[in-house]
Design a protein around this ligand. Structure first.
Ligand code: SF4
Length: 438
């Protein structure tokens, strides 16, 4: 066995880059994983999952799956995409930016809608960032400089388990040599989370009152009058925290779905960004979304460069790209039965979308591209397995701080298995042939 070092973890938006993988001599099997957290290690261990699907599976009339060749699967998918007047092409969070680029070409040609899982997580953050901009930084700056850290509506202890040890609470950085001792950690949440247990101070905000509390922080920072309590937090506590933040050299606010999916949504992020701006009048402050899915940030980047919108991009008009939350977003499209086919890749909407949306999806021709069986493959007409990105094939992915990282190939994929890029390229070619023959 040999060890491969400096491997990038392909699971969450932290993209830890210090993973060590033990690989069999024939380069086919992962034998051990070092440095990754439990969820990251599990992802690598899935590479040798018994019963892994190695060839496409097509659903039969009796509901069972039958193995088909990649050629048949590619032909079926291309025909579905060309025939459908509006296809939802959703997912992209666990694949590479290179694969996204080919997928978007197919979407342009066939008039599809491209959406990623920001649609059900940080879409509201992206709306706020488009509206008011964002004073942000890299995770390296956080590690080396941040001495005041706020976790607001996020729980990295569960969602990004090594975030706190690598960047935000415990590590010793260039200007933060004392590690946790040199940092003051605040956790703002409506419930006492495992992240709150690691914080120096837990501020319990009443559910749905984040906007009001953020506004109160802004007012307190400017020395304005605030009510006796805001969102269940006493005025004195708000003033005390603001006083402490102003003493800091570098403040970072990390926020999660507790802000993006509670009352106020994008307005919560808007006001959190403005609080960050205000704090820059006194010291250095930055803010960052805790992006969950591995390369969902990359999907937003690639869509952003190409079409100007980071998610839910409607290309069905062919001559222009459109985006409107509530109109071109996946769940709304499915709930209104507005798409004629579904193409899912590298994300599992069956595990995250509301039931009604997936019932609607299950009634349409559906293709799911994923290395493994998941909730979505089981309601699809066709499941096409592919090599695991970041494990069996390299590719570019963006960390939550928008830093692009080239991921590494660690082992060979199962013999004859296509990568996302290869599969999408062949679908793209078949789409060209079908369109030319029309
Ligand atoms: Fe992987 Fe995220 Fe765990 Fe790091 S924190 S090892 S990126 S799952």
């Amino acid at each position: 066995p040999k060890e491969v070092t400096d491997v990038i973890c392909p699971f969450c938006g932290t993209l830890c880059d210090d993973i060590v993988i033990t690989v069999s001599d024939d380069n086919k099997t992962i034998l051990g994983v070092k440095n990754a957290c439990a969820i990251g290690a599990e992802k690598f261990n899935h590479q040798r999952l018994p019963g892994r699907v190695k060839r496409p599976r097509m659903r039969q009339a009796d509901g069972t799956f039958k193995e088909v060749s990649y050629d048949e699967a590619i032909d079926w998918t291309a025909k579905m995409l060309v025939k459908s007047r509006k296809t939802l092409m959703y997912g992209w969070a666990s694949t590479s930016c290179q694969a996204m680029s080919v997928g978007h070409e197919i979407a342009e040609k066939t008039g599809a809608i491209v959406d990623n899982c920001a649609t059900v997580c940080h879409g509201s953050s992206l709306i706020a960032i488009e509206d008011v901009g964002v004073p942000s930084c890299t995770l390296g700056e956080v590690k080396n400089r941040a001495d005041r850290v706020i976790f607001w509506g996020c729980n990295p202890a569960h969602a990004h388990p090594r975030h706190m040890s690598r960047y935000s609470i415990f590590p010793r950085g260039f200007f933060t040599v004392k590690g946790h001792k040199g940092r003051k950690i605040y956790c703002v949440d409506c419930r006492y989370t495992d992240t709150a247990k690691c914080a120096d101070e837990f501020i319990q905000v009443a559910q749905g009152f984040d906007y009001e509390l953020l506004n109160a922080f802004r007012a307190a920072a400017r020395g304005e009058t605030i009510p006796d309590t805001v969102g269940g937090v006493p005025k004195e506590k708000i003033q005390e925290i603001i006083g402490d933040l102003k003493q800091g050299r570098f403040i970072i606010i990390f926020f999660g779905m507790g802000l993006t999916h509670s009352m106020g949504r994008n307005h919560n992020i808007d006001i959190a960004i403005n609080l960050t701006r205000d704090l820059n009048d006194f010291t250095k402050a930055a803010i960052m979304a805790m992006r969950g899915h591995w390369n969902v940030t990359g999907s937003g980047q690639v869509l952003g460069w190409q079409y100007g919108f980071p998610y839910a991009v409607d290309l069905s008009r062919r001559d222009q790209a459109r985006h409107q939350t509530g109109e071109t977003t996946s769940v709304d499209l499915l709930n209104r039965n507005e798409v004629e086919a579904c193409f899912y890749i590298a994300t599992d909407p069956g595990a995250h979308f509301p039931v009604d949306a997936m019932i609607s999806s299950s009634k349409k021709p559906t293709v799911t591209v994923d290395p493994h069986i998941n909730c979505t493959t089981e309601i699809s007409d066709l499941h096409i397995p592919v090599a695991m990105v970041g494990v069996e094939v390299e590719g570019c992915a963006y960390r939550m701080d928008n830093v692009p990282i080239e991921t590494r190939k660690v082992v060979d994929p199962p013999e004859g298995m296509l990568t996302d890029v290869e599969l999408l390229t062949r679908i793209n070619q078949r789409v060209d042939e079908l369109i030319a023959a029309e």
